[in-house]
Design a protein. Structure first.
Length: 91
């Protein structure tokens, strides 16, 4: 087993624990800001995992899918910030 596989096997359980904690915070979060931050962290970590797995498996499609995911979560942040600031949805 090479070094990359060893590192992935060590950090994957830690990554899964972090995802579970993010999910709990996204569901139970006391404020909407906490929930948005948890969802942001979850999706940015997922994008980073896609990039690492894309490099590991030599599959460029995984790297390409991480870019729209990061852009989508950024647009969600803007949308929620606009809603919290103005109190209106859409447009």
């Amino acid at each position: 087993m090479d070094l990359v596989q060893s590192v992935i096997l060590v950090f994957l359980p830690l990554y899964l624990v972090a995802m579970i904690l993010y999910l709990i915070r996204a569901i139970k979060g006391p404020t909407i800001g906490d929930q948005v931050l948890a969802i942001d962290s979850m999706t940015y970590d997922l994008a980073a995992l896609l990039i690492v797995l894309g490099l590991f498996f030599k599959e460029p499609i995984l790297i390409v899918t991480a870019i729209p995911l990061a852009l989508w979560i950024y647009s969600l942040d803007i949308y929620i910030a606009k809603y919290l600031d103005r109190g209106e949805m859409g447009g």
